[in-house]
Design a protein around this ligand. Sequence first.
Ligand SMILES: [Zn+2]
Length: 494
Amino acid sequence: MAEKVQSVQIAMGQINIEAAAREAGVPPSTLRYDLNKVAAALPEILVNLKPGPKPEEKATAARGSMPALEEGAPICPVCGGKVTKNGTYWVLNWLLLLTAGWLGVQRARIQRRRCRECGHEIITPERAQQAEARQAWWCQVNRLLGLSRFKLALSVRKTQTLVQFVYGRPVSIGHINRLTQRVGRSAEAALARLAACRQGVARFLLYDETYPKMKQRAYSLGVAICEQGLIRSVRCIVRKGKDIPAQLRDVVSGHFQPAYFLTDLDVLFNKYMRQAGLQLTHLRDRVHLIRQIVRLFDEAVRDVTLDVPKGLPFQDRKKQRQLKRRLLRRRLQPMLNLVFKAFTPGYESVCLLLLEGVVSQLSDPACIIQTSSVQSLTRRLHRFLNKHGPAINTLLQLAVEQGTPTTTNALESKNGIFKPFSRIAKFFPLPERCQSFFAGVALMENFDVKTRGLHQGTSAMQRAEINLDDFGASDFFTAVGLPKPQISLAHITD
Ligand SMILES: [Zn+2]
């Protein structure tokens, strides 16, 4: 450092100040004064120069890439002719649209390079980069469309607004509709693929029909899930007797071989199951069983008969009937409480015994006066227990021993998920369209990781232990052919 300053000082000492001042046309005193200032600042100047080379390196590298570009395409790949610059043109700046679409539509100037001989246009790197960004933009927008349609339940027009807001450019209604259909069909195929994947053992098939408010449509949606809450099939039911057995037949296959069929009390489900060629043990939902018994009690109260003297005015007869109903309800209430108790957790082993106890109390004149409505209640409850007794025992035993469900609540909560989408679905005139749309909603739901509740932190796919390698996708978007865009970071940071 010191010697650097010294060598410069020596060099400056050798300057012929008189001659230099004469040549520059300034007074020698001024030049001497200025040179002294330089000499005083020398240590500073020489130190500051030290970190200098760094920015220089960068500058040369940047400059170096430009000639490389020009040298890269001097000869036409088609005819070998000379390529020259041929004006510039503006294109949409897809890179900016992708990364900062909210800025609004931006354009970028592209240098055109064209062969002088044949007119072939050379694709310049900046053009290739914009093309890649354009592809990435569409890729990402399509993913947003998938999210908007199958998770957020937004209409086509709201989806359009969302895309415009985030990415600065609208997409057409037609594109949104076509994409929705494409994703729906892929999702349908993906659901059909589930049974073919290796998976954890599922012993239950829960099935129900749901009616997502489809305006003036004469069809319902049949939904099948397993005890893990994984939606395995959705189908538009147009003709029940044909479509439900077909759906059941299709859903039970491959690695999904349940032993139990859990539904509500609809008598036809048993018939449909047998039509599908399935030999599952048919169990009924606990909530529906209780509700049915409550209904029997309600009807007994409603159907009280009156034994009053002739000629009693209508108003008095009415009062008498209401009184009798009130009294009967009070008599029946302890027995109904016993029914509720029988179905509470902890009483599984004695549930049927308690219910049979209710029947014998009902038929005991010491307990309750044997009016015709009470006798009818006894008869109907007895028949109910004969019919469902063994299934109730199996249902509760399995629940205690293996923690399997006793209700179709999981299924009904799925129906709740489909509801908001019916607004969209009713715009699909064909059942097939509707079905594939709901398949998309179902697949999205299957991959949805719950943020609260009993299954917090897991998705139905995880709980059912579906082998994702067999399935061929690890999330909804890849499963329906909407993978993340592949864009090199270099293009964005350059
Ligand atoms: Zn050429």
